[in-house]
Design a protein. Structure first.
Length: 287
């Protein structure tokens, strides 16, 4: 028996891989598509009038969420000069766990002059869940990426404080020479049952982040564009900062509920896309 392995669990391995390439002039096509349970995808959709050559791929799950023992991996690559957007069908529930944890690893690669958007709906943390995610991004010269994710906690018994065990996430970006550009990590555990923590968490149940990564862009100008886009949104804490190594900018926000986070992220996404690609989005991601 291997040390550290819980043989009472039966890990569920799920894997999806997608490759986008530019063909027929400016249009990007899905060149390679592999999805094993629980992943499923739609055909690529071209419905953004502001960027008709851009495909949107909707990533779906047939399992109803993340469960203990899940080990999922997602790989997305975008070819030279190509552009693609990946989004999800709905929020992802992370179900309660008696033991063990769920994990998802996402690997992104954007070749020279390419652009990738990974826009995920919220992760919903149920009581006693433990989830760990890692996202690694590789960018070639002139490439850019927008990554948006968020999470909120939910207790069906309407408890006053969050009751999940652990939410851990890391986002790492490197250039095509393997030079580290960005590393962002957080680990949020079940908070201590003190009055101050309970009061704070009862008011702010949702957190969202958006990374606009593009080493060739003017980070200071991008920060100003994002700050201007977020003006006038009430009921949340939101901040914009430059990424290290002049690699772009990011937004992080806290809000009482998920809809406000979605508003923050949509505005930030629109501003980021325009700044990074010169394309104005003419479609809403909000359902």
């Amino acid at each position: 028996m291997n040390a550290g392995v819980d043989t009472a669990l039966s890990p569920r391995q799920g894997r999806a891989e997608f490759r986008f390439e530019r063909r027929e002039g400016e249009r990007t096509h899905l060149a390679r598509n592999y999805a094993a349970y629980p992943f499923h995808v739609t055909r690529p959709l071209y419905f953004d009038a502001g960027w008709p050559e851009l495909p949107t791929l909707v990533l779906q799950s047939a399992s109803g969420g993340l469960f203990q023992g899940d080990r999922l991996s997602l790989a997305i690559s975008v070819g030279e000069g190509a552009a693609a957007q990946i989004t999800t069908q709905s929020a992802t529930k992370v179900h309660s766990m008696e033991r063990g944890h769920a994990a998802q690893a996402t690997r992104l690669e954007v070749e020279a002059g390419g652009h990738l958007e990974l826009i995920a709906d919220a992760t919903i943390l149920f009581p006693d869940c433990h989830v760990e995610t890692t996202t690694t991004l590789s960018l070639a010269e002139g490439a850019s990426a927008i990554i948006a994710d968020s999470f909120l906690w939910h207790d069906p018994k309407a408890g006053g404080a969050p009751n999940f065990t652990l939410m851990a996430a890391s986002v790492e970006a490197r250039d095509d020479r393997e030079r580290l550009l960005v590393l962002d990590r957080y680990r949020i555990t079940r908070p201590d049952d003190d009055a101050a923590t309970r009061a704070f968490w009862s008011d702010y149940k949702a957190q969202g982040t958006l990374y606009a990564v593009a080493p060739s862009t003017d980070s200071a100008a991008l920060v100003e564009s994002l700050r201007a886009a977020l003006q006038g949104i009430d009921g949340c804490y939101a901040a914009v900062s430059a990424l290290p190594n002049d690699a772009g900018a990011y937004v992080r926000a806290l809000a009482p509920e998920g809809n406000t986070i979605r508003m923050v992220q949509e505005r930030a996404w629109r501003a980021s896309r325009l700044a990074l690609t010169g394309r104005a989005a003419q479609i809403s991601w909000r359902k």
